[in-house]
Design a protein around this ligand. Sequence first.
Ligand code: FUL
Length: 486
Amino acid sequence: MKKYARLLCASLLLAMASCLVTLSCSHRPERVYPLPTQQQLEWQQLETYAFIHFGLNTFNDMEWGYGDTPAETFNPTDLDCEQWVLTLKAAGMKGVIFTAKHHDGFCLWPTETTDYNIRHTPYKDGQGDVVGELCEACRKHGLRFGLYLSPWDRHQADYGREGYVALYHQQIQELLERYSPLFEFWFDGANGGDGWYGGACEKRAIVASEYYDYEKARDIVWRHSPQAAIFGGTVPTLRWIGNERGWAAATQWCSYSMDYQDLNNPKLLATGLPDGEAWLPAEVDVSIRPGWFYHSSEDSLVKTVDQLMELYDHSVGRNANLLLNFPVNKEGRIPAIDSANAVAWHQRLQSDFAHNVLKGSEVHANSTRGRGFKASNVLKEGNCYWAVEDGVTCAELVFTLKEPTKMNTLVLQERLSMGQRVKSFSVSYHANGHWLPIETEEPMTTIGHKRIIRFQPVTADQLRIRLHTRKGPVCLDRVGAYLAGD
Ligand code: FUL
């Protein structure tokens, strides 16, 4: 009996010791601040979603209605929100953000706040509600739904005075009560000053950061849709990229400043701020046509599949979400050419990234933090990542392929819940007994949620990636190499 007790004791001690060894050589790295919230992490995983600009401008060939365009001109003959949603789904969009009200002040839902709304149009004899119809189509087909409500309102007589702000907040309240949950809410920042303003036809200046009481507006949004990401104003959870041409800078930090001037500084917005105190990942908004609204004169200017590919690489491929706008035409449809190009683009992306040629290769790292953080985690699915020991200034990964393999695209992903770390990296391949650098024009700087590097095709038996961080040890989620466009 004594012998058994001793044996039991010994094996217990052994088990405890091996536990301690595992823990000590497998400890989680310190987090690097700032960090994303769970909501921001989920938002960054969406990668691509759509904008729809539709309203009085559509029927009057305008981009910025003055605020006096007659409501009766809104007359779509064949409006079908399900056609929009099914097209967007086939184009790989995860959600849609709709212009419930643009700068002209016209409301596309039957609001109690103003007569300048869809009730006073021929559409469904005044019984229509485009916001509601799109919301329903999104729910039916599994797309997330978001709204754009322009703070600048060129129709309202009270604009620039106290009364308007109450009306604006009431509009948010109505929308959120009726159409929640929303995944994103857009406080657009544009304001040209002049407008109809109930017939005054003048220029009105406001100090946006104070006038709209964005904190209150955000609270109304979050009361009904606590998950909603916020664009614009003084309270964003994501940042504008600073241009509307569809590109994020190659060096792309999720960290930024909450200072209102910085939030409106295109130069800083393009790259983010490595020392910024807030987590504010970038969103690239761009239209599939030159304009945001539909103009028949732009029917021949719809972005081609190649142009859409470039937009994708310069947004999602550079650690930013892509918000791609689809103008709906006068019939109330996404035009055939726009849908054909968008769907073909999505199919191209799917085939480009269908087969990770590194799968099945042997992965070796110059450092790991132990069992839970193995180098091979970068090729796995699920909740795991590779992390190196503290103080490793150059982290190295080498993939040894089963046979020489052709590739031309690399995809890297950092473990963002641990903070953004990598500031630069380099990539070499091994072929015919030599190591050579890959040839690319893309600067190999930050990674973030996703970084895509296209390079001259190589046939390699090994691939080597060296990474340097700004702060803390490397924490890499995934690595993929592909032969795109094959
Ligand atoms: C801008 C607006 O002025 C454009 O009309 C468009 O809505 C774009 C997305 O945002 O600020």
